[in-house]
Design a protein around this ligand. Structure first.
Ligand code: ZN
Ligand code: ZN
Ligand code: FE
Length: 749
């Protein structure tokens, strides 16, 4: 009787793969065993030749997601006479097991169907899950991933759940978070003062009635508290905005189902696959005219962040309310999301009218992921739920490195044994809570993956909370600390993600990061090789009166750019409206004296300046808002580029500024200027690529969140024969800085 050993790699641990293998082997009447180990999963099967080959076929096609089989290698083995039954062996089976912390997964179809069926014991139960779906990373205390080491330890299994858990033919076989109304977590609806108002089904129904009446609901979701409000009510959305102190920044909208979503947005086949995937990220989709979602959700924005319910609780609530709901993380701007009950009541008490909570603790905050799909595939803009902390194989071998990332959109990265483990998006580190979250996440990841870093990496900036922590840890652990320049890290991140070994030219365009000369960089062309870089080109620096204040006030960038290119002058007509009273004179005086006016080569700030010059977004806003306004204004129109003067790699924007002003004086509209500006940046990219003289060009930095800019630059460069690479799996923004730092530190001799 033939016996075969099959080595399987891919997403095969912590996703119900072994039970699925058990069921396939059982169906074919095969004996044998399956076990997890450092390299993946190994299976041995024994039986008739027909059954073995049917099993092998089923392994390729019959494994349910989220498991994904990527590589199979098989070999013939000697028969084990008299073997009966198929067994799941303990993890490791003699070899060292590579730790796997599974990510959280959206509710599967089987669980959804069960919840919808009257008479099922999990009918309308908001914590239904199985081996294919449910909470993972957000409820795991420590490894191995077993119920006593999860937030479910306080919920002993009832006899019915215990039977499912032990039955290898059940889809809840070894599902650690398994629960039902008899034994699992329960809902409570609370008033803003914390007092209980309703429990269970009544809590759910009262919450949906309140949402329909325009209330702001704080919902204890999967990875933290969220704020929900009726997305079809202008008044309700404005109430949420004013309480959350978030004026214009787009809010994400959750739809009851795909049909509702498609009434409000357009989604391609690829986008639909993502929307309904186990990762279930927020997708940036084009809004359609007819949708009922009010403009105030994303003012002036042709895109909408849209997603589908990913927990049973969201699903029940959205179905009951039967209309799209704004679903945004529960925090004040720039603070981390609240995820502990007491803390949430305290912090969100003034924001929410009601709290829909439950008694399953959330062990770590995990935000929703954000993804965009364009011409050449997906771009993750925020990597969190569904993706973190899955290890990604990278062609980088060397010592174990821990990198602590940037200051905003922070993530941390652990490089170990040729794999990259990136934390979930941690966000802004400015608040004490943000810095605290960073320190806890470091402990968390190291413990989970049993890692002892041999090197640490951080940004050059001395004032980042991530830098201070890296300095402290390097001293404590007595290991070297590698300080990596911000844009070097951007370029190295993209090269590492795309597996590029040789030298690359990196176009690293973003807001700002500290350069090696002490000025603020952000419009850089860097030749990167190994752990070193050379600055091939950059924007000619211009001053930012008020420094950081310019991030939220694009008019300051415009004022500084005009000062650098034309000297002291009155504001041009389209900009004058943004300067009432003595503001213009004050900023000019600051510039003249060089007071608090750091210089920058940032293309992000150049975007801000041009947006302000054409009268878009001059006064205030969220970071990137002005650039987005220019992107959306430009649309798809073709336009001739503005001119540059480039000497020895330094791009002087004087001609560009003059041309913008003369277009405006000639009555040209913002859209026309915006299109010419994007074309000019594509020209600049090509000029720098030629100067770099390398075949491979990587695009990284926050500016490449702009889909139009990315498309224009790619087209221009590939048209001239360059191979252009951009981020797909990791964000182009500062979310990837930790990856770049880790790659540079690893390559350091
Ligand atoms: Zn399920
Ligand atoms: Zn139960
Ligand atoms: Fe950056």
């Amino acid at each position: 009787m033939p016996r075969r050993r099959i080595q399987v790699r891919g997403v095969v641990q912590g996703v119900g793969f072994r039970p699925a293998v058990y069921r396939l082997a059982h169906a074919q009447g095969l004996s044998g065993c399956v076990w997890n180990h450092a390299e993946g999963v190994t299976i041995e099967v024994q039986g008739s030749a027909v059954a073995v080959s049917a099993f092998e076929q089923a392994l390729q096609s019959g494994i349910p997601p989220p498991a994904r089989v990527q590589a199979l290698a098989t070999q013939d083995m000697d028969e084990i006479p008299g073997e009966t039954g198929f067994r799941i062996l303990a993890s490791g089976a003699g070899t060292e097991m590579r730790p796997v912390v599974p990510p959280d997964l959206a509710v599967c179809e089987a669980c959804a169907a069960e919840m919808d069926t009257l008479g099922e014991r999990r009918h309308r139960y908001p914590f239904t899950n199985c081996t294919r779906c449910g909470p993972r990373y957000t409820i795991i205390e420590s490894l191995p991933y077993d119920r006593p080491q999860t937030a479910m330890k306080a919920f002993p299994l009832c006899p019915d759940c215990a039977r499912e858990y032990r039955d290898p033919t059940d889809r809840r076989f070894h599902a650690q978070p398994v629960a039902c109304p008899a034994c699992g977590p329960r809902l409570t609806l609370r008033h803003a003062d914390g007092s209980a108002r309703a429990e269970g089904e009544a809590a759910l129904q009262a919450a949906s009635v309140a949402l329909r009446a325009g209330a702001v609901l704080a919902l204890k979701g999967l990875g933290g508290y969220q704020l929900l409000v009726d997305a079809t009510s202008d008044e309700a959305v404005r109430r949420l905005r004013s309480r959350k102190r978030r004026e214009d920044k787009p809010l994400a909208v959750m739809f009851p189902d795909l049909a509702h979503l498609l009434q409000a947005c357009e989604a391609s086949a690829e986008e639909t696959v993502w929307l309904t995937s186990p990762e279930a990220p927020i997708l940036l989709l084009r809004r359609s005219e007819a949708g009922a979602v009010v403009e105030a959700v994303a003012p002036g924005n042709p895109l909408l962040g849209a997603f589908l319910p990913y927990t049973p609780l969201h699903r029940l609530l959205l179905t009951d309310v039967d209309r799209p709901l704004v679903c945004t993380s529960g925090n004040l701007s720039d603070e981390p999301m609240a995820f502990e009950d007491e803390e949430a009541l305290g912090r969100l008490g003034g924001l929410a009218d009601l709290f829909l909570t439950h008694d399953r603790p959330i062990l770590r905050p995990v935000d929703d992921s954000v993804l965009r799909v364009d011409g050449d595939g997906p771009t993750l803009l925020r990597r969190a739920r569904g993706f973190a902390p899955l290890a990604v194989p990278l062609a980088l071998k060397g010592p174990c490195v821990l990198a602590l990332g940037a200051h905003q959109k922070n993530t941390i990265a652990l490089l170990k044994g040729g794999e990259l483990i990136m934390s979930q998006h941690l966000g802004d580190l400015t608040s004490p809570d943000g810095a605290d979250l960073l320190a806890r996440t470091v402990e968390d990841l190291l413990a989970f993956f049993g890692a002892r870093p041999e090197r640490l990496a951080c940004d050059l900036h001395p004032d980042y909370a991530s830098t201070s922590l890296a300095e402290r840890l390097a001293a404590e652990w007595e290991i070297p600390l590698v300080r990596v320049q911000h844009h070097h890290a951007h370029g190295a991140a993209c090269a590492a993600e795309r597996g590029l070994k040789g030298p690359v030219l990196a176009l690293a365009w973003d807001g700002t990061g500290l350069g090696i000369d002490g000025t603020l960089w952000g419009g850089e062309a860097l030749r990167i090789e190994g752990s070193t870089f050379e600055r091939v080109g950059h924007l000619r620096p211009f001053p930012l009166p008020g420094g950081e204040a310019a991030v939220r006030e694009p008019r300051r960038s415009a004022c500084g750019l005009l000062w650098a290119t034309r000297g002291e002058a009155a504001p041009p007509p389209d900009l004058a409206a943004a300067f009432d009273g003595p503001d213009w004179a004050l900023l000019q005086a600051m510039l003249a004296k060089g007071l608090h006016s750091p210089v920058t080569s940032s293309i992000g700030r150049l975007f801000d300046a041009v947006a302000a010059l054409v009268g878009l977004q001059a006064r205030r806003g969220f970071e990137g808002q002005a650039a987005m306004a220019l992107e959306f204004a430009a649309g798809e129109r073709a336009a001739s580029p503005y001119p540059w003067e480039i000497k020895e790699g330094i791009a002087d924007p004087t001609l560009l500024v003059e041309a913008v002003l003369s277009d405006l004086a000639a009555g040209r509209e913002a859209a026309f200027v915006a299109a010419r500006f994007h074309a000019a940046l594509a020209d600049l990219a090509l000029a720098w690529a030629r100067l770099g003289g390398l075949a491979d060009v990587v695009l990284s930095g926050g500016c490449f969140q702009n889909a139009l800019l990315t498309a224009r630059v790619r087209a221009r460069l590939s048209g001239a024969g360059f191979r252009v690479h951009r981020h797909h799996l990791f964000p182009p923004n500062d979310g990837s800085i930790s990856l770049g730092q880790a790659a540079v530190a690893l390559l350091e001799p």
